[in-house]
Design a protein around this ligand. Structure first.
Ligand code: NAD
Length: 325
């Protein structure tokens, strides 16, 4: 069995820390190095590995290539999960999307090229599709992001294809739907849990509540990621692109109902109305369901549908934050 050395960028964040757990539990990985500047992630998410000699943490900023380049020596694969992942922040600070998502991805690829690292797994996003008519949306759809965040994730994909083809590197690009579960500190489920802990009688809902999207529990997202990574390792293709999502979708109003039920409260809903016919915020894609038939055809299935994933993560997040609010 070939031993591998991996870097996880953004490994102290929500999804990245669960990827770190999967790699640390996989004995093929002789070393797992987390690079994170802790801008939105938390060291507590990975602290449980600090006494394992296979684990290393580098508090570094990916926007500084001189700082990070040396760490990539003798690495086999980079799981690139660091990003500024808030659509809302992109409409307020577009330069942040450029720096944290585009420049950082360029720097990761440069550090890989300079150190002859061949494989990258990239956390892309359903937001690269924008508003689509064809739903569920397949990988072949024309990519038309409607947010600075979506644009920056698409730029990252483009850079990976450029590097893969120019420098004989290999890229596995995963377009995740909305991911939900323990350790998340943003997104609608977290937002509703926190608001209801503060005031169980009233719940502010951004938009008109009819936004309908697909949610995948983080345990399923990680299982799909490792499943596709194993297939990719044994394939000869230079790059592959997969949608990683669920079989169904759920409205924001239904999420509010589930979270309220989990917390045992009966709030009055206050819809903000949102922007542009009920979007929650500028750049919010109102309808998102990815076509995951390519992923399913390889033999992977989610264990929870969107409704189950939301319910499960509401319970998990409630448990994590109930004594902190
Ligand atoms: P997150 O904010 O929890 O994690 C991102 C991590 O990257 C954080 O730990 C942060 O500190 C780190 N980071 C940010 N900028 C950095 C920099 N310049 N240098 C070093 N570290 C930096 O977000 P997440 O939800 O876990 O998202 C992880 C990845 O998955 C992101 O690339 C995101 O675009 C993508 N994604 C997330 C979702 C979702 O629903 N959460 C959906 C689709 C795609």
């Amino acid at each position: 069995m070939k031993q591998m050395r991996a870097i996880v960028t953004g490994g102290a964040g929500f999804i990245g820390s669960h990827i770190v757990d999967a790699l640390m539990q996989d004995k093929r990985f002789e070393e797992v190095i987390v690079i994170d500047n802790l801008s939105s992630g938390a060291y507590e998410n990975i602290m449980h590995w600090e006494n394992d000699e296979r684990f290393h943490f580098a508090r570094m900023d990916l926007t500084n290539i001189d700082e990070i380049a040396g760490i990539f020596k003798n690495v086999d694969v980079v799981f690139h999960f660091a990003a500024e992942s808030s659509v809302k922040i992109g409409s307020e600070y577009p330069e942040k999307m450029w720096r944290c998502n585009v420049v950082a991805t360029f720097n990761v690829l440069e550090a890989m090229r300079l150190n002859n690292v061949k494989n990258i797994v990239y956390a892309s996003s359903s937001t690269v599709y924008g508003d689509q008519v064809k739903i569920p949306t397949p990988e072949e759809a024309i990519l038309q992001p409607i947010s600075m965040y979506g644009a920056s994730k698409l730029a990252g994909e483009a850079l990976i294809l450029g590097y893969a083809n120019t420098f004989k590197m290999r890229g596995l690009i995963l377009r995740y739907a909305n991911i939900t579960g323990p350790r998340m500190r943003r997104g609608v489920v977290y937002d509703f849990v926190v608001k209801l802990l503060k005031n169980p009688n009233e719940l502010e809902i951004l938009g008109d509540g009819t936004q309908r999207k697909s949610y995948l529990h983080v345990s399923d997202a990680v299982s799909a990621t490792m499943f596709l990574f194993d297939k990719f390792l044994n394939a000869s293709s230079r790059f592959e692109i997969y949608n990683v999502g669920n079989i169904d979708w759920i409205t924001v109003k239904e999420i509010a109902d589930i979270v309220s039920e989990v917390l045992g409260v009966h709030p009055e809903y206050k819809f903000t109305g949102g922007v542009e016919s009920g979007r929650g915020w500028i750049g919010d894609v109102k309808l998102m369901l990815l076509d995951i038939s390519k992923l399913r055809s390889k033999g992977w299935q989610p264990t929870m549908n969107s409704h189950e994933a939301v319910r499960q993560s509401a319970k998990e997040v409630y448990k994590e934050v109930k004594d902190k609010i």
